[in-house]
Structures are given as structure tokens and as C-alpha cells.
Design a binder for this molecule. Structure first.
Ligand code: NAG
Ligand code: NAG
Ligand code: NAG
Ligand code: NAG
Length: 359
């Protein structure tokens, strides 16, 4: 373990920061879409420590405190999986549960009811040359350290990568992903609270978990515009922000979703001065809370970087400034659909612990 002490001078005030370990690249796996859904995650899961995995998943389940609620949710989860949910998700969940020796209803619960605990930052930029880059921080406020469960996956069919995504082991949906040479997507939570019941009930009127909508879109949308259309109009179980970037100048949009449809959409537009789009967890045009104004700091840093200096590296730096990067940040994913081989996730290591204010 590398211990690193850093002193950063930020304008007039100074902070000291401590870093536990350095960032590292997330493990990467292949999942073959040619295998039956029940089988395709097995080779990935078998490379992990089952004891640790079962512990992570049980801790997630323990968020549902009382036994009565838990059994109600389990019944709903089983019903949902048996009668409503679609392939490949049903088969994949069954296969993973079987491999890990978990109840299918428990793994279903974990897969569909935790959509709103993510507080994240997503940024799209357009360079002077017209290249599009997309970066995202995944922040998760949770007492168990889920870093070890983060992985990048290349989904293959007939020997070709159909799409790539970042997820937690055991989760079959994607909140971050790339369709090569077409578009990249990231999701940020829109609601403060977990309205578990609301999300659960939504499932029964044939709405989609957001992470499944994203995976479907990566799998099937033919281009940027049809992906935007699919993400804007498909009925989903929870309110969410979806950020999507393409390959050509102007192809970038920040979508604000209600369960039934579009609430708002903003496109990149360099002519209009919008060479970047930043999305955190608050609606555009509403005041962002003082204690969590990631938007302000990200925008300030983008402004001072300037469009002529923006690229994948400087975008990573924007996502790494204190406050934008925070103790809850699990990973930073960098992507650009025009350069699909550059897709990478870095596991972040609680780097910016403010331990002492110097003045
Ligand atoms: C994934 O599959 C590709 C193509 O078959 C192969 O080149 C690559 O090494 C595989 N990666 C991993 C991590 O197994
Ligand atoms: C798996 O993790 C547990 C708990 O951290 C540990 O006790 C055990 O030795 C690990 N097993 C293997 C095979 O590494
Ligand atoms: C971009 O902004 C300019 C100036 O406001 C406007 O004329 C143009 O229609 C916008 N482009 C798109 C694609 O919306
Ligand atoms: C960033 O630049 C834009 C456009 O010049 C400006 O409207 C905005 O106030 C700036 N924001 C910050 C936080 O510097």
C-alpha cells in the first residue's frame, strides 16, 4: 500500500490531503452474449472470492431493515422475475444467484431496487477539433466499500464487442456504457430518497429499471439520435438524469427524466458557447445545495481549462478536483465512442480526505 501525503494550495486557502492508496484500473472481463444468459457470468464470478461477494450482497440487502418489508419485497421480486421481467436479465440473475448460492429473489431485489443511491457527476466535452469525450464519477454513499466489486465488461457477440460497460459484480444492468463508434451513456440519480415502494410498484406496470434500459439501448440503438429517443421516451421505474455523447460535433445531451417521459433536455452547442455539459444530481435552473455544489466546481475548472486544452486527460483532472471527487467516489470512467478502445475505469481511493485546514 502506498501512502502519500500531499499539500495542495487552492487559491487563498490551503488544505492538506491524505491518500490511502493510488488509483488503479478496474478489472476487465469478457461476457459472451452467445452463451445462454444463465451461463454467461459464470466465468467472471468464478474469479472472485465468494465469501466476500456474498458479504457485499448481504450488506446491500440489509438496507431493507425490517423482516416484514423484506419478505414483502422478496415476494414481489419473485413475481416480477417470473412474470414481468425480460430476457436476458431474468436468465442472468438466475444464473448468478445459482453460482453464488443466493436466493434468486434476493439478487433480484439488489438488482432492481437500488437505483437511487448513486450521487454522481457526468461531464461531456467537445474539443476544438470536434472530438467528444465523456467522463463520469460514480459516487455511492454506502457503509460497505464496494470498490472491489467494480468491473468493466466487454459484451461480445460473434467475436465482436457489441458494447462495453461498468458495473458491480452481481448487477446485470449498466449505469455506464459504450456502444463502439456510436455513443456513450451515464446515469445519475435524480431523487434524494429511495422511494423503494414507488420503484417497486412501477415495475408492475411494465416500466423498466433504468440500468436495463441503458443496456438495451447500448445493445440495440443504431445511432446517437435513436439512442436519445429511446432514453427519452421509454417508461422507467425511477426519475434519473441520463447523459449521452456521440462521435460527431454537437452530439451530446443531458436528459432529465420523469418516470413517464422527458422532463428536460440540453444539447451541446459550441456556437452557443456550450462546449461542455455537466450533470450532477440536481435539476438545471434550480439552486444546487451549498454543501454539495459539485456543478459549480466542475464548471469553474472547465472554464479555467478552456476548450482548446480539453482532452481525455484534462477531463479526468476536472473529475479529480476536490469536492467533484469525494470520499464516496468509487470509480471514474473515461470514454469516447469514436475511440472505443480507450474506454477505461479507474477505481478511486478516497484520496481527498481533508484532515486539517491550514488557515
Ligand atoms: C476477450 O476476448 C477477446 C477476443 O476473443 C480476447 O482477445 C481478449 O483477450 C479477452 N479478454 C479477456 C480479459 O479475457
Ligand atoms: C475470501 O475472503 C475471506 C474474507 O475476506 C477470507 O477469509 C478468505 O481467506 C478468502 N478466500 C480466498 C480463497 O482467498
Ligand atoms: C446552436 O445555437 C445557435 C445559437 O443560439 C442556434 O442558432 C443553433 O440553432 C443551435 N444549434 C442547434 C443544433 O440547436
Ligand atoms: C463559466 O463560464 C460561463 C461562460 O463564460 C459563465 O457563464 C459561467 O458563469 C462560468 N462559471 C463559473 C463557475 O466560472
Amino acid at each position: 500500500m502506498v501512502w502519500l501525503w500531499m499539500l495542495l494550495v487552492l487559491g487563498s486557502s490551503s488544505f492538506a490531503y491524505i491518500s490511502e492508496t493510488l488509483d488503479y484500473t478496474a478489472p476487465r472481463f469478457n461476457v459472451s452474449l452467445d452463451l445462454p444468459p444463465e451461463e454467461r457470468w459464470k466465468p467472471v464470478i468464478q474469479q472472485y472470492n465468494f465469501t466476500e461477494l456474498q458479504y457485499f450482497l448481504n450488506e446491500l440487502l440489509s438496507l431493507i431493515k425490517d423482516d416484514w418489508s423484506r419478505s414483502m419485497y422478496s415476494i414481489m421480486a419473485d413475481f416480477f422475475l417470473d412474470f414481468i421481467a425480460k430476457e436476458p436479465y431474468v436468465g442472468e440473475i438466475r444464473g448468478i444467484a445459482k453460482t453464488l448460492g443466493l436466493k434468486t429473489s434476493e439478487l433480484t431485489l439488489i438488482n432492481i431496487f437500488y437505483e437511487t443511491v448513486m450521487a454522481c457527476t457526468s461531464i461531456i466535452v467537445e474539443t476544438k477539433e470536434g472530438y467528444i469525450y465523456h467522463g463520469r464519477n460514480m459516487d455511492l454513499y454506502f457503509h460497505v466499500d464496494l470498490r472491489k466489486a467494480v468491473l468493466d465488461v466487454d459484451f461480445y457477440r460473434n467475436g465482436q464487442i457489441v458494447y462495453t460497460g461498468t458495473t458491480f459484480l452481481g448487477f446485470v444492468g449498466l449505469y455506464t456504457g459504450q456502444s463502439p463508434h456510436k455513443f456513450t451513456i451515464s446515469a445519475n440519480a435524480r431523487e434524494d430518497n429511495q422511494f423503494l415502494w414507488k420503484n417497486a410498484l412501477s415495475l408492475f406496470i411494465h416500466r423498466y429499471p433504468v440500468s436495463w434500459l441503458i443496456r438495451n439501448t447500448l445493445n440495440s440503438a443504431l445511432d446517437f439520435d435513436s439512442a436519445v429517443e429511446q432514453l427519452s421516451s421509454t417508461k422507467i421505474t425511477t426519475e434519473i438524469y441520463l447523459t449521452i455523447a456521440g462521435t460527431k460535433p454537437g452530439e451530446g445531451a443531458a436528459i432529465t427524466r420523469n418516470r413517464d417521459g422527458l422532463a428536460d433536455i440540453l444539447h451541446l452547442n459550441v456556437t452557443d458557447g456550450r462546449w461542455y455539459l455537466v450533470q450532477t444530481n440536481y435539476d438545471r435552473g434550480t439552486p444546487h445545495p451549498e454543501h454539495d455544489n459539485r456543478m459549480h466546481y466542475a464548471v469553474q475548472k472547465l472554464n479555467s481549462t478552456e476548450q482548446e486544452n480539453i482532452n481525455q486527460d484534462s477531463l479526468y483532472k476536472v473529475l479529480s478536483i476536490p469536492r467533484v471527487l469525494n470520499w464516496a467516489t468509487l470509480h471514474t470512467t473515461m470514454m469516447s465512442a469514436a475511440f472505443p478502445e480507450d474506454y477505461v475505469s479507474y477505481i478511486r481511493n478516497k484520496r481527498y480526505y481533508v484532515f486539517k485546514r491550514l488557515n
